[in-house]
Structures are given as structure tokens and as C-alpha cells.
Design a protein around this ligand. Sequence first.
Ligand code: PLP
Length: 403
Amino acid sequence: MPPRRRHELPPTAGLPLRPGDLRPGAPTLAADIAAQLGTPPLQLECSGTACLLIALTTLSALQPTRRRVVVPAFTCPLVAIAVHAAGLELQLCDLRPGHHDMDPIALRAACDERTLAIIPTHLAGRVADVGDALAVARNVGARVIEDAAQALGARRDGGSVGMTGDIGFFSLAAGKGLSIYEGGLLLAREPELRERLARTAARIVPNRIGTEWRRCIELLGYAALYRPAGLRLAYGRPLRRALRRGDPVAAVGDDFPLTIPLHRVGRWRQDVGAHAAVRLPAFLDQLSAQAQRRLPRLRRIPGVRVLGDPPDAQGTWPFLLLLLPDRQHRDAALAQLWSSGYGVSRLFIHALPDYAYLEEMVAAQDVPHARDFAARSLTVSNSPWLDDEDFETICRTLEAVLA
Ligand SMILES: *Cc1c(COP(=O)(O)O)cnc(C)c1O
């Protein structure tokens, strides 16, 4: 068992804020990111989940007879909550065996003339197969929403993710790269759809000064504590407490509220995001270089698979997503590493049908590959604070567990 690290490493590589980011500036966050990504204008919303809710509400008004939304059975519980909040029906699609993409055969079986949208998901910064979702969607008359919550900056064929489907969204939540504590960016290829998304937001998103004030204070706390010395308090302690009481869902923060707060993002948080965004391209390059250096070491460990990208894609690397041979080995590795402060964690704890608190909105369904993925996966932080010595400690621990 590796010694507990004195300072805590974050499970994902967020872009650290600097004191200078907190000064007033220009609220150009959405425009600056659009310029960096080379996309049409982006619409700033209060969360990735809010973006999805706005997207679904917009599409649902265009095709009111279609009520079904097809999502991968292993994804963020917030996706299920957004579908429910939009008054739509969740249709799960199982994964390809040992892969984060939806299974092409299961996807075809899940879609018909009742399908409103399909949501391929760029999980962990890995670039998803949007082309297949698009082919199926076009066939049944549905739309594609790319969930790029974890993949701001990922590219395929030289263009940003989110531009192949009809709509895409990124998350600016704490721990997902560039953060204004909570936020999201909404993207659509066609100008007409962009206009509709903006009109939906104008209609359903209120100004809530109280909520925005709270987010400002949370953002200050994030700026202060998102560093190895502060993360023990903000992340490590609650994590260990949740693990001690046997609650892994709380340990990774999968226990989301069932209502989605909607409000407009205030000017100051946009200023902060715009200051930090200047450093984003170099930060993403640094993470990518670090991942490329570390992938071969991990892949040499017998029994470890690290998920990568298709040949024409360049994903982002907030963390490395690993599959171990079975649940026993995965759990043995986590028993040594999860609470030791090395930034080793899990992505989502369950396949969507297995969260007790989502019972009302997710129908029971047999999704063996999603369950297998949940049982065998773990994540290794790609934070620059995780130095080569820490990384070697993680690799040696995995080797010992798998020997
Ligand atoms: C985090 C996340 C979301 C929701 O984004 P928020 O900004 O946290 O609301 C949606 N999908 C996936 C895959 C996510 O990881």
C-alpha cells in the first residue's frame, strides 16, 4: 500500500485559477472559447445540464410527437435528470463491449420514429463515434446532441467536437478543465438552430441574483482551494468520509439533486473565465503531452487497458480511463489507491439503471456491457501536480495488484 500522500491530488486536471483571474475584465468567455475552438458563436449557460435541458426543450418543440432520448447506459446521472426535466423519456443504449461508445447494433434497435435525439458522449475526453449516431439519427428522422461535457478542446478531423452532430455542449463545472464553478457552453452548427436555442433560453432561464451570488462565493472558494494543499479539505476529507461509510456514489459526487437550477451567468464569473481561458490552449497541450508520455508505461502493465482515440481524433486528457480485467482486480487497486491522495478514482459508479435514487426516471433494463464498464474501470488523474514519482507509485501498485 503506498503511503498516504501529504497533499491531495485532484482526480481530474482542472485549470488552476490565479489571483489575477479574479479581477474585473471583459465578459468575453463564450466568444474567446469559440475563437479558440474555431466554432460558430457559443451560448453560455449556468451548467452543462442546463445546456442539455435547453437543447432538448428546443428540439422537442420542433418535433412534439417524438418523446424518446437515446443515451449511453454508462453516463453522467445528470443526463438522465435533464431528460426527465424536459418531460421526455429516457431510452438507454448499451455500450460496445469494453468501450465507452454506444453499441452500433443496440443503437439501431433503440431508435425509431419515436426518437427525438441521440446523445453520443465524449467520455473522459475520448472522442466518441458521432458519425454512427448521425447515420442512425438521419435514418429515423432524429437529431444528434453531442455530450462534450468532459471534452472541451477535443478535436476530430481538425474540427472541434460538437460540430458533427446538430447540437453540442461543454461543461465548465468545477473539476472539468476550465471552470467558473458551474457553467456550460452550447453549440449548434446551423444558424437557425442557434437562434432557436437562444430563444428557448430567453424564455426559460430566469435572472436569479441570489443563485449567482452563491456561485460567485463558490468560485472564490474553488480558486482558493484548488491546489494540493487545499484539496485535502475540499476533496480528500469528504471523499474518505464517504468511503468509510461505504457510499461510493457520494464519494465521486454522483448523488446529484433531481432539480436543475436555471439562471443567467453573471458578468464577474464571465470575466474570471475569460482571464483563465487565455491559458487554456497551452494547458491542454501540456496535459496531452503528459498523457502521451505516460500512456505507454500504463499499457505495458499486463491486464491494464487504457482508452484512447480513433486515429483521426485528438481528445483531451483530464484523466486517464483504465479498464482492469475484472471487478476483483479493480477493487483491489482502488483499496490501495482511492483514499491515498494520488488522484486515482472512479468515473461514474453505476450503469444508469443501478442508481437507487434515479429509480423514478430510469427504467430497469439489462445493460451488461455498461455494467461491466462500471465494474472494471478506474481513473488516474492527469493533473500536472501528479509528478513522475507519484505516477510511478501508481503504476507499481497496479503491477502488484495485477501480478
Ligand atoms: C458533468 C457532465 C454533464 C453535466 O455537466 P454539468 O456542467 O456538471 O451540469 C453531462 N454529461 C457528462 C458526461 C458529464 O460528465
